[in-house]
Structures are given as C-alpha cells and as structure tokens.
Design a protein around this ligand. Structure first.
Ligand SMILES: [Zn+2]
Length: 306
C-alpha cells in the first residue's frame, strides 16, 4: 500500500465510523465524540482488560486527565516527545493585557504570547500520575496498580486509530527487577488470549517510543535492543501498516530513581506497565466485525459483556 493509499484507507474507515454515527466529528482530526454504542464496546474492552489483572489484586486508582507540570517536566516528556505534548496555558494578565487579548481575538491575530504556562499539563500516558504518589517505601505486599483515564497526544491524523484524546487502561507493577519482569511475562501470556477471544488478529514486536530528533534515535535503538517495550500490533490497514493496540513496558529504575520509590526491602524500585489503547482496540473491533454490533459473533460479545 502506497502512502497515498494508506491515507485513503484511514479516511475510509473514519468515514464509515462517522456514517454509522459511532464517532462524531468535532472539526479537528483525532478529536471525536463517541456514540453510546462506541462507549459500550470501549467499556467492554476496558472491563475485559481490567478483569485480566484482577488475579494480582491491584490497587485501583483514577486520576484526572491532567498532571502537575512538575511531574510533566520531571518525566522528561517535553525533552523526549515535544511534538506530542500538551502543557496547559492560561491568562494571568491585568486589564491592559486583557484589552490586548480581546484586540487580537477581534482581529483574528495570534494571541499565544498573551497566555502563560499554568501549573498543569494534559496527561500523555495514564500511568504517569501514579509514580510520584508512591514516593517513599512500598508497604509489604504493595506494588500492583491499575488505572484508566484520558490521555492527550498532539498527532492530528485522519487515521481513526490515532486520536489526540484517547483512553488507556494501564496495569502497573513496582518492585524489584525480577518482580517486574516476571509480572510482565504473565501479561505476555494474558494479552494474546484476550485479543484472540475478541477476534482480533495481531503480531508481537519489540518496539520503541517516538523519541524526538537525533538523540531520540539513539534512545529508540537502545529501547529496542534492551527489549524494554513489547507491542501487540493489529493489522487493521494491512500487514505492512499494523497499529499498536497493547504494549508492555519495562522502565527499569527510571521512575523509582526520579520519584524516590523503594521496595519494601529498601532497594530502589523498578517499574513496568501494560497499556491497552481502548479506542484503538474498539476501532479494530468495528473494522474486524463491522459497524453493526448486533451482527457480531456471540463469542466476541460474550467476552465484552459477560
Ligand atoms: Zn504506562
């Protein structure tokens, strides 16, 4: 498939989702309203992904779709992924500044210099707010967590699997390197079973995050060489252009060192997370089984709505 054909395939699936009123255009690529049916499927995927981790008895926490700017800066998101980030700006000026702002609006001129950085940023990955909350020593038997929430990444696209605002279910393990790696192995076992049960084809790959620039290429290479990130890719647009729908990540001691987290034994904590892209899985299901949920196989719906 040529790049032009791929864009047409993206637009075709997006338009079918619009026509079926599953997604509702908002005027910006990657920002869509969702029908009750779309949300029902998404919540079914989330429930199934959550249920897979129940055996670990995780502490389940919800966070708002924003993180403190201090966390956003500490995790180096702006340094590593400036092209994706969403710091929040607001107006903090006086009456004179406000007059200038209104003037710019009236004249349809750029007003970005009338705004200033606030103390929050949009959450890029829903596990980020967890780590600073774990500062200090983990209690005996602690170290399993689960969270779900909205994330933001600035990558406008006609591809309905690449949204700017999307939800993730994440399972997180904090502990010794052995704890985290053996936990990740359990997910390497669990994830294919879930994808198979809902009728999604996939393949598995060691992958990298989209680090920016020349230094980023080195980080990407090292991430693959160290096998830190495993992705489950679903070929909605053909085998040559699969989309990562689930990933399992090993952060080594990155967050443990950054936020001063230690294991119950006092060692520096390592961490890992498993993330399900809920909209990506949902769109993949509509692509695989059609836009009419009433026609889906019982084997699939019985997993989503047991
Ligand atoms: Zn994560």
């Amino acid at each position: 498939m040529s790049p032009e054909e791929l864009v047409l395939a993206h637009a075709d699936l997006r338009d079918r989702l619009f026509a079926a009123k599953l997604l509702v255009p908002c005027g910006v690529d990657g920002l869509y309203g969702r029908s009750a049916t779309f949300e029902k499927v998404l919540n079914g995927v989330d429930a199934a992904a959550y249920a897979l981790g129940i055996v670990d008895d995780p502490i389940t926490i919800s966070f708002p779709p924003m993180i403190p700017r201090s966390t956003f800066e500490a995790v180096d998101y702006l340094r590593n992924f400036p092209q994706l980030c969403g710091p929040v700006f607001t107006f903090t000026g006086d009456n004179k500044d406000h007059s200038e702002l209104v003037h710019r609006l009236d004249e349809h001129e750029d007003y970005s210099d009338c705004l200033s950085l606030s103390e929050v940023a949009l959450t890029p990955a829903c596990c980020y707010p967890l780590y600073p909350s774990l500062v200090g020593q983990l209690g005996d038997g602690d170290g399993w967590y689960s969270t779900m929430g909205y994330c933001f990444r600035h990558e406008p696209s006609v591809d309905p699997m690449r949204l700017q605002a999307f939800q993730q279910r994440e399972h997180i393990r904090v502990g010794t390197p052995d704890d985290v790696l053996s936990w990740r192995e359990t997910w390497v076992d669990r994830i294919p079973k879930l994808l198979e049960s809902i009728g999604l084809e996939f393949r598995t790959e060691f992958a990298n995050d989209p680090f920016f620039g020349r230094a980023g290429r080195l980080m990407s290479r090292s991430q693959i060489e160290q096998e830190l990130k495993i992705e489950w890719l679903v070929p909605v647009f053909g085998e040559d252009h699969p989309t990562a729908c689930v990933s399992a990540n090993y952060h080594q001691n990155h967050f443990g060192e950054l936020f001063g987290i230690s294991t119950a034994d006092g060692a520096e904590a390592h961490s890992g997370c498993v993330g399900f892209g809920l909209e990506r899985c949902t769109v993949a299901l509509f692509a695989a089984h059609g836009t009419d949920v009433s026609m889906w196989p019982d084997s699939v719906t019985s997993v989503l709505w047991p």
